[in-house]
Design a protein around this ligand. Structure first.
Ligand code: NAP
Ligand code: MG
Length: 482
């Protein structure tokens, strides 16, 4: 176990009031994995001030130099990849095979935005009216307050921090309290790479203290939030009230439509991996399978087999599925299983807390499949954030699309079909920010925009790829007449 302090103005320091909090191993809660300084309001304010002071110099640092710091940080993370993977699993619970690509993704994101820092400028247009030049430049906005969730504890901080820094903003990061360790590793890598004091600040602490400061402090210019819809809407309202630029990416209830023209094997693979990967704790997890009546019975039989074949255990043993992150996430999943049963859906398998032998001290649950689920029920409408799949039957393609779209959320959606026409129609008609054909709903490339519609996002800015550069910059248009 180690103690991780706050990182403010280039120094690792305890919280002003000396408070700390501990994070337990979700696979064995008798073990404390790490302790963290618990930042409060005054710590967050200090961090914002440090970021503000450091910002003008960071902005005037040539962009390629900023890029090289990101590149060096990426190399450090790469050197430590195995250790970081293990630590991520230890603290958050996902399996090593799931943590490994996440850490790799964070590394790749830093390399990617390092390169972008070199390339990113503005555009030059042909001037009119005897002018010498007409062009645009991109400028940072200033201080970015970044608030992240626990379920991708290194990838999400990476995809906010890297573009923020590449474009010349300074950062205060508030990581999720359930798993702050992976984000701390990014901060250490940036420190090792020689990032100037105050450019990156790290303040773990509660959402209602540190998070509130980041969304309301007048010196913060941008707020980027990922997390639940309730908190996200609150954050967005507060931030925009103060005319900060803000984005909030939030929950999902992602459908997979299995049409009459689907390859059944492929459908089972895509739905199973999307539903039960990372213990269902993904914003893009597939929680609704909408299956054409012709394939329904066979699909149900096979997806139940799939769920039952998953071995659940401690992530460090690299089983098929790890534990929930906390007691409250476990309880929430178990509650939803009760809700599903009481609403009259058929629980085909799973949904039980696993307490045998070495699992008794962890937050383990067996993957659950419900069938005959009425699309109007809570089980089919609410984000569960656990390994619970709701399957429903539809008579044709149109009904399938309707059921898929009948949701407050709109993050990712997938269709399994060998029919090109259906695939294109689904792309056109599905109400979501990410649409996939013959793939699981989870899994994203880092160089294309990501975000949702409806209640999944404020739909103001996308993240990742060029969109990341856009969110963290404003455009100035220059008319030059010499
Ligand atoms: P959460 O409970 O909403 O928390 C997200 C972050 O907000 C945490 O750092 C939290 O701090 C902080 N926070 C809490 N109250 C706050 C406040 N009043 N002001 C400012 N910040 C506050 O979400 P989570 O449980 O960590 O993550 C799960 C959710 O994230 C799911 O709904 C999932 O769908 C969503 N998610 C979305 C995406 C996406 O890209 N769309 C990606 C991943 C996850 P504490 O940890 O200290 O409470
Ligand atoms: Mg939460």
């Amino acid at each position: 176990m180690s103690l991780v302090n706050l990182y403010v103005d280039g120094e690792w320091i305890p919280a002003a009031d000396g408070e700390r909090f501990a994070v337990e191993n979700p696979a064995d809660v008798t073990e404390t994995v790490n302790e963290y300084a618990k930042g409060g309001t005054s710590d967050a304010e200090r961090a914002v001030e440090a970021a503000s002071e450091a910002q003008p110099d960071w902005e005037s640092t040539p962009a390629p130099e900023r890029g090289s710091i990101l590149r060096d940080a990426a190399a450090t993370l790469e050197d430590k990849k195995d250790v970081l993977t293990e630590r991520l699993t230890h603290e958050e619970g996902k399996t090593l095979s799931e943590a490994d690509p996440e850490v790799q993704r964070a590394i790749d994101i830093f390399y990617y935005y390092a390169e972008k820092a070199f390339d990113d400028g503005g555009t030059r247009k042909n001037p009119s009216g005897g002018r010498t030049s007409l062009y645009t430049v991109r400028e940072p906005l200033g201080v970015a307050g970044l608030i992240t969730p626990w379920n991708y504890p290194i990838a999400i901080p990476a995809w906010k921090i890297a573009p923020a820094l590449a474009t010349g903003n300074t950062v205060v990061l508030k990581p999720a309290s359930n798993a702050p360790g992976a984000a701390a590793a990014i901060v250490r890598a940036l420190e090792d790479a020689g990032i100037p004091d105050g450019v990156i600040n790290f303040v773990p602490g509660s959402g209602s203290d540190v998070g509130e400061v980041l969304t309301t402090h007048e010196t913060v210019d941008l707020v980027s939030f990922t997390g639940s819809s309730d908190v996200g809407h609150h954050v967005y309202e507060q931030a925009t009230e103060d005319t900060k630029r803000a984005q909030a990416e939030m929950g999902g209830k992602n459908p997979a439509l299995v049409t009459a023209n689907a390859d059944l094997e492929r459908a089972v693979e895509a739905v199973g991996a999307g539903a039960f990967g990372v213990t269902g704790q993904a914003c893009t997890a597939c929680s609704r399978a909408i299956v054409h009546t012709d394939l329904y019975d066979e699909f149900v039989e096979r997806i139940v087999e799939y769920a039952e074949s998953i071995d659940v255990g401690p992530g460090l043993d690299d089983p098929g599925m790890g534990p929930h992150v906390t007691q409250s996430e476990l309880d929430s999943t178990l509650d939803y299983v009760d809700v599903g049963v009481s609403e009259g859906s058929t629980l085909e398998t799973g949904g039980e807390r696993l307490e045998d032998d070495d699992l008794s001290d962890g937050y383990f649950v067996s993957p659950a499949v419900f069938t005959e689920v009425d699309p109007e029920t809570r089980l089919f409408q609410e984000e569960i954030f656990g390994p619970v799949l709701a399957v429903t039957e539809v008579k044709d393609f149109d009904e399938g699309v309707e059921v898929a779209n009948d949701s407050q959320y709109g993050l990712s959606a997938s269709i399994i079909t060998d029919d090109l026409e259906e695939a294109h129609a689904f792309v056109d008609r599905s109400e979501c920010g990410v649409v996939k054909i013959n793939e699981k709903t989870t899994g994203l490339d880092l160089h294309v925009p990501f975000g949702g519609v409806k209640d999944s996002s404020t739909n103001t800015h996308r993240e990742q790829g060029d969109a990341g550069m856009d969110f963290f910059t404003q455009t100035k248009t220059v008319y030059l007449n010499t």
